[in-house]
Design a protein around this ligand. Sequence first.
Ligand code: HEC
Ligand code: HEC
Length: 262
Amino acid sequence: MVALAAAGVLTAALPAAAQRPLASIDAQTGVDANPYTSDEDVAVGEELYASRCSVCHGPEGRGDRGPDLTRQVYRHGNSDRAIFMNILSGIPNTGMPSVRLSDKEMWQIVAYVRSLRAPAEMAETGDADAGRALYARHDCGRCHFVDGEGGRLGPELSTIGWSRSPVHLRASIVDPGGDIEDDYRQVRVVGADGSPTVGVLLNEDSYSIQLLDMAGRLRSFMKSDIDEIERPQVSLMPSFAGRLDDPELDALVAYLSSLRRR
Ligand code: HEC
Ligand code: HEC
């Protein structure tokens, strides 16, 4: 009790941002095991999950832009406490936000996440080795970096199996424009002579703009020297819809899902 009272005093003295970690008593006092695991807790957790998590992790936890949670093997920690802390604090630089609810509600979500199991018929069926060969044949490495080699026009994929679900991976390949990564926005700089340079935006301020062009070269322009900057809302990644049949797509998705460097 003394420790909690002291935390209360601290809370009053600190600015709002510094107070944040103190808001969860269970995080503070190091509660390890989930105190809320009854069937009712799981049911409440399911509702909270539907409103706060399913947009990224899919309606049954099968994943979308966020990873599949039904595998019960988690990169950022398997314990109840680790899952609780990931919900409370988010995971920096990954797109996993901090979702602030009461301690009890967060534990109820943990109980629901723990109950998730993928139906057997949803098991991944693709051949990852065949997928690796397809990745090479279609020259995905021109734009993507995997395990020490590749280009930088698109996001690095070395750990993509952890962070994205098969559903999202498949969509990324057949419909790249559907969900464009913020750090990989396309820009088209038109020079004073009308010649365009297309690439991914790296930096921009009032006077200049830097991009990585399609050949992977760093290009820098003074805004006073150029005619126009266009920002097409389409991905730089070509769509592979129609260029891969279903088994090939399954194989490629299985290969990408297997990329789980620690
Ligand atoms: C805006 C999208 C988004 C929302 C909303 C979201 N997540 Fe996430 N979550 C992600 C992403 C992306 C990751 C992948 C982190 C990485 O790259 O390893 C992730 C990771 C996780 C992980 C860690 C997985 C692992 O392998 O360790 C857990 C657990 C998790 N989320 C649970 C939740 C829960 C529960 C909620 C709702 C309270 C939630 N997430 C809301 C996007 C989201
Ligand atoms: C001309 C460059 C280019 C080529 C070739 C290319 N990509 Fe991409 N890729 C991108 C860019 C840029 C993005 C990010 C913008 C977006 O999300 O569409 C991206 C996004 C992705 C994503 C989503 C990553 C995430 O974090 O969600 C996946 C998966 C992917 N590519 C796989 C592939 C595969 C597999 C191939 C080969 C079949 C391929 N790419 C070929 C440029 C490319």
